[in-house]
Write a protein that binds this ligand. Structure first.
Ligand code: ADP
Ligand code: MG
Length: 372
């Protein structure tokens, strides 16, 4: 875990980092984002001690980094910057395998070559083709891939990435973002990633840290930041309706109607009919005493029933598909389409009926979101 506690950084009289405290959990990717000059690079460079805080402390796994040997510290931290920084007179293989700080953590050569090859594959470069080339023989995108492979090569716990893909064309950029997500999942690194591109942040981040003028405005999951920006600056920065262009982050609970028509199964059919009529619906959910969903009764079922005093439970249908509040709207829509199910009840984690999604509720809630 990386922890910032009350970190302040000043250059002469100018305070560029103002009392920043936050922490990054192991194996998570935290993205620092904010306008140019807000302090992102400064925060990053304090983690590998290229810069020192004016006051406050930074801890890695509970240990204050200023008490650590700086070479040992950096050996445990990969660093990728925008301008790649490959050594021009070394081959790609030598560039990847070069010992970050000439420490003791030497690995056997065979093992190292094996790892270099694996990493090359993972960043989409054919090892046999590229390992013996020199950096000038590679395109910018290929060089940046080598830069990423190199950061992972010595198996550090932490990787710092400062706008690593900003100089790349959109296609290379998106490919590298995908590859980074795969590397992160497979190799389990703690990553601190700086960008000024919100789409990139949403794609790679477990958590996004929004910074302005040396302060953290909001530090949360992409979903929470998109749905609940803390203030106007964050809302503007994020883009007002971006959530609706990121449908994976829209949940059933964001879109469901809470106006439920429900009853219990020992209630008479007549009573249920009355409720349906007064609420203007043609079906009623049946729940138990705790509010857990049991089934549904349709108005049309009543046609064939001789006695309206029978309990609703006797004509109740089971429900083919129930969404959970955390399901993504994409999953819900897929199910609705596949099962030709025009109405979907939504339950919470206790199985309690929480809302309903219908085709018309989708239109209603979506248009409310856009035009509110
Ligand atoms: P970002 O990476 O978010 O664009 P930086 O962390 O590079 O921002 O810079 C934060 C602020 O610190 C800026 O206002 C910048 O001008 C200032 N700054 C950075 N380095 C120095 C320096 N060596 N001396 C004085 N001011 C600096
Ligand atoms: Mg910067």
């Amino acid at each position: 875990m990386i922890q910032f506690k009350n970190v302040i950084k000043k250059y002469k009289q100018q305070t560029v980092i103002r009392d920043v405290s936050f922490s990054i959990a192991d194996y998570e990717c935290a993205v620092l984002i904010g306008p140019s000059g807000c302090g992102k690079t400064t925060i990053l460079k304090m983690i590998n001690r290229l810069l020192a805080p004016t006051s406050g402390s930074i801890y890695i796994n509970g240990e204050d980094i200023k008490n650590k040997n700086v070479f040992q510290l950096r050996r445990n931290i990969g660093y990728v910057i925008q301008s790649i920084g490959l050594f021009p007179h070394l081959t790609i293989r030598e560039n990847i395998e070069i010992v970050p700080s000439l420490g003791k953590k030497r690995k056997d050569k065979k093992q190292l070559l094996k790892r270099s090859k694996e990493l090359m594959e993972m960043v989409g470069l054919h090892p046999d083709k590229f390992l013996d080339r020199y950096p000038v023989q590679l395109s910018g995108g290929q060089q940046q891939r080598v830069g990423v492979a190199r950061a992972f090569a010595w198996d550090p716990e932490i990787i710092l990435m400062d706008e690593p893909f900003s100089a790349l064309d959109p296609i290379n950029r998106e490919q590298l973002q995908d590859e980074l997500v795969q590397l992160q999942t497979k190799l389990k690194k703690t990553i601190v990633f700086v960008t000024h591109d919100m789409d990139e942040a949403i794609k790679v981040a477990h958590k996004i840290c929004i910074i302005n003028k040396g302060q953290i405005l909001q530090y949360d999951t992409p979903e929470m930041i998109l749905k609940n920006p803390v203030d106007d600056f964050v809302a503007k920065f994020v883009g007002k309706h971006r959530i609706w262009t990121t449908p994976e982050l829209i949940r059933a609970e964001d879109i469901m109607l809470n106006t439920l028509v429900a009853s219990q199964k020992d209630r008479s059919l007549l009573g249920c009919m009355e409720t349906m009529r007064s609420r203007g619906v043609d079906s009623i959910f049946i729940v138990d005493a705790a509010g857990r969903l049991e089934g549904v009764v349709y108005a049309e079922d009543v046609k064939d029933v001789p006695d309206y005093q029978i309990p609703a439970g006797t004509v109740m249908h089971s429900i083919p598909y129930t969404a959970r509040i955390q399901d993504s709207i994409l999953a819900v829509l897929t199910q609705m389409k596949e099962r030709k199910s025009p109405t979907v009840p939504v339950i919470d984690s206790n199985g309690k009926l929480a809302g309903i999604i219908t085709k018309s509720s989708l239109v209603t809630t979506l248009s409310k979101r856009y035009f509110e």
